[in-house]
Design a binder for this molecule. Structure first.
Ligand SMILES: [Zn+2]
Ligand SMILES: [Zn+2]
Ligand SMILES: [Zn+2]
Length: 490
C-alpha cells in the first residue's frame, strides 16, 4: 500500500485525518479559513467531509459532494477544543475567542478576589464577545501596549479607575482609546474627547485674565457653552463645527470683556451704545458675541443689551440639477469609494439629510424586506430606497463594523473608529469634497427638488425638518416652477 498523501494537493506531509482521507496542514488551514456554504445544509462552515447520504454520493460528473462535519455525521476537526466552535480559527487547537478570553482573564483578574475585577467586567464582556476576537488579541499584543498595561494596573488596584487618572496621563491616541472604551461600556461616565479638550484650553486662556473676568467667562463656558455641547453629544449630534464655534464664543466673550475693561465698563454696566461702538471698532458682525450677550441678559447680569436680528436671506440653490444627478450617478456606481461616503452623499443628494444627522443614524432606521426592498426612516415615515441604493445599504450592513468594539450596543449605522462612537461628519465630508461634492450645497439642491414634488408638511415629516423650513423651500420651488412654466408658455 502506498504512503498516504494529502487528499487535496497530493503533498506527502500529511497532518489531519478526515474520515475519508488525510489532508496536509496548508490544506486544512485553507479549508478552515475559507468556510463555504455547505451543499448539504446551506450553512457557511469549513467543508472537508465526504457526504454519507447515498443520494449525494455522486452527481452527474461522478464527483462526490464535500459537506460540513454535521452533514457527514462526523466530529469536526476544525472545532475549537475548548468551546467547540469552528469560527475564528486561531491556534492549532483553540479559537481566537478562547485565546482572548484566557488573556483577558489574566489581565483583568483582581488579585484580591482571584476574579475578574468587578468594575472591569463590562470591558471583559465587551472584548470577549466582540464580532472579531482577533482584533482584541491584536490590541493586547500590539506594542507598546499602553492600553492593556493600564487596564492591568487598574485591575490590580495600582491605578484608580476614573477620568481623573486619565487627566493626569498624556492625552494621546492610546490613552484616549482606552478611556473611550471604558466610557463606551459604562465603566466610566460618558466622555466626549472634543468637549474634554475645552476645559484645559479654557484654563489656559483665563490664566492671565483679571479674576472677575475669568470667573464670568468660566461660568458662561461651563453653564452655557459646555452644557450645550454635552446635550448635543448625548443626542449623538455633536460636530466639529459646534466645538469650534464653542471656542469662538468663549474667545469672543474674553475679547468683549477686555474691550469693556479698557473703556471703563463691565459686563454689568455696559450700555447698548458701547456695544455698538465695540462692533464698529472691531468691524465684526457680533455673531460670535451673540451667545455671550444673550447669556448675560438671561442670567440677569445685563438685561439692556440687544443684538439687532439679521434675518438670513431666502434659501438659494447653487448647483444645477444636472450636476446633482452626475454626483448621484458617481456615488451609485463608483465602487472605489467607501460605502459610508456613498451612502452619506446619496442621503444628502436624494433625501436632503444633513451629514450631522446621517452620521448619527442607527441601524433600527433601516428595514430590510424579504423581497429585497429596503426602507429607511429618516424622520417618522419609512422611505423606500431606490434600486442600487438598496443594494449599497445591504452590502454596507453586511460589512459594517467588523473590526469594532462596542458598536453593537449602540447600533450606529456608521460606527466610527473609536469605541462606542459613530463616524464624525468630517469623515464623510472630507471624502465627498475630495470628489467635488459639496454636502451643504447638495442638500439645498435636494431640498429644492423635493419641495417641488410634494406639499411642505409632507416634506417636513419625511425629512425631519421644521415646517417653516419646508415652507420656505416650497415657496422657492413653486416660484421657480411658475417662472419656468411661464417661460415655456411664451
Ligand atoms: Zn494539501
Ligand atoms: Zn452541512
Ligand atoms: Zn473556542
Amino acid at each position: 500500500m502506498s504512503e498516504p498523501s494529502c487528499f487535496d494537493c497530493g503533498s506527502p506531509s500529511i497532518h489531519t485525518r478526515l474520515p475519508h482521507a488525510w489532508i496536509c496542514k496548508a490544506c486544512r488551514r485553507r479549508r478552515h479559513y475559507h468556510p463555504q456554504p455547505c451543499p448539504g445544509c446551506g450553512t457557511t462552515r469549513p467543508l472537508a467531509y465526504r457526504s454519507t447520504k447515498s443520494t449525494d454520493r455522486a452527481d452527474d460528473r461522478g464527483d462526490e459532494r464535500i459537506v460540513c462535519a454535521s452533514c457527514a455525521g462526523a466530529e469536526s476537526v476544525f472545532a475549537c477544543h475548548e468551546c467547540g466552535q469552528e469560527d475564528h480559527p486561531y491556534g492549532a487547537t483553540r479559537c481566537a475567542r478562547c485565546f482572548l478570553r484566557e488573556r483577558l482573564t489574566e489581565l483583568l483578574t483582581d488579585p484580591g478576589t482571584g476574579q475578574i475585577h468587578t468594575r472591569l467586567r463590562p470591558v471583559f464582556n465587551e472584548l470577549v464577545t466582540s464580532e472579531r476576537p482577533q482584533t482584541g488579541i491584536w490590541w493586547l499584543r500590539k506594542q507598546p501596549g499602553i492600553g492593556p498595561r493600564l487596564l492591568g494596573q487598574m485591575a490590580r488596584g495600582e491605578l484608580e479607575i476614573s477620568h481623573g487618572t486619565f487627566r493626569a496621563l498624556p492625552c494621546d491616541r492610546a490613552h484616549n482609546y482606552l478611556r473611550e472604551l471604558l466610557a463606551s461600556v459604562g465603566v466610566l461616565p460618558a466622555y466626549e474627547p472634543r468637549i474634554e479638550r475645552i476645559p484645559p484650553w479654557l484654563d489656559q486662556k483665563l490664566g492671565p485674565l483679571p479674576a472677575d473676568h475669568a470667573d464670568l467667562v468660566r461660568r458662561f463656558a461651563h453653564w452655557h457653552v459646555l452644557r450645550h455641547l454635552r446635550n448635543m453629544a448625548r443626542q449623538g449630534q455633536l460636530t466639529k463645527t459646534m466645538t469650534d464655534s464653542a471656542r469662538d464664543r468663549i474667545s469672543a466673550a474674553i475679547r468683549f470683556l477686555a474691550y469693556l475693561h479698557a473703556h471703563g465698563a463691565t459686563a454689568a454696566t455696559v450700555t447698548q451704545e458701547q456695544l455698538e461702538r465695540y462692533q464698529i471698532s472691531h468691524a465684526i458682525s457680533l455673531a460670535s458675541e451673540y451667545t455671550f450677550i444673550t447669556w448675560l441678559r438671561r442670567s440677569g447680569i445685563n438685561t439692556r443689551l440687544r443684538i439687532p436680528y439679521v434675518p438670513a436671506g431666502p434659501p438659494t440653490v447653487n448647483i444645477s440639477d444636472e450636476q446633482r444627478w452626475q454626483h448621484v450617478e458617481r456615488l451609485l456606481h463608483d465602487q472605489t469609494l467607501r460605502s459610508y461616503t456613498r451612502l452619506g452623499g446619496l442621503f444628502t443628494l436624494l433625501f436632503a439629510q444633513p451629514l450631522s444627522r446621517i452620521v448619527a443614524m442607527r441601524t433600527s432606521q433601516v428595514t430590510m424586506h424579504t423581497d429585497g426592498r429596503v426602507d429607511v426612516t429618516f424622520s417618522t415615515i419609512p422611505v423606500q430606497m431606490p434600486t442600487v441604493v438598496d443594494q449599497i445599504i445591504r452590502d454596507h450592513l453586511h460589512h459594517r463594523g467588523q473590526s469594532l468594539y462596542a458598536s453593537r450596543g449602540t447600533q450606529w449605522l456608521f460606527p466610527g473608529g473609536k469605541p462606542g462612537h459613530h463616524l464624525q461628519t468630517e469623515n464623510i465630508r472630507a471624502q465627498l469634497v475630495a470628489i467635488g461634492i459639496k454636502p451643504y450645497e447638495s442638500r439645498k439642491a435636494a431640498l429644492f427638488q423635493l419641495a417641488g414634488e410634494m406639499p411642505a408638511p409632507v416634506l417636513a415629516e419625511l425629512l425631519g425638518i421644521p415646517d417653516s423650513t419646508a415652507a420656505d423651500w416650497a415657496k422657492l420651488a413653486a416660484r421657480d416652477w411658475t417662472g419656468y412654466i411661464a417661460d415655456r408658455a411664451r
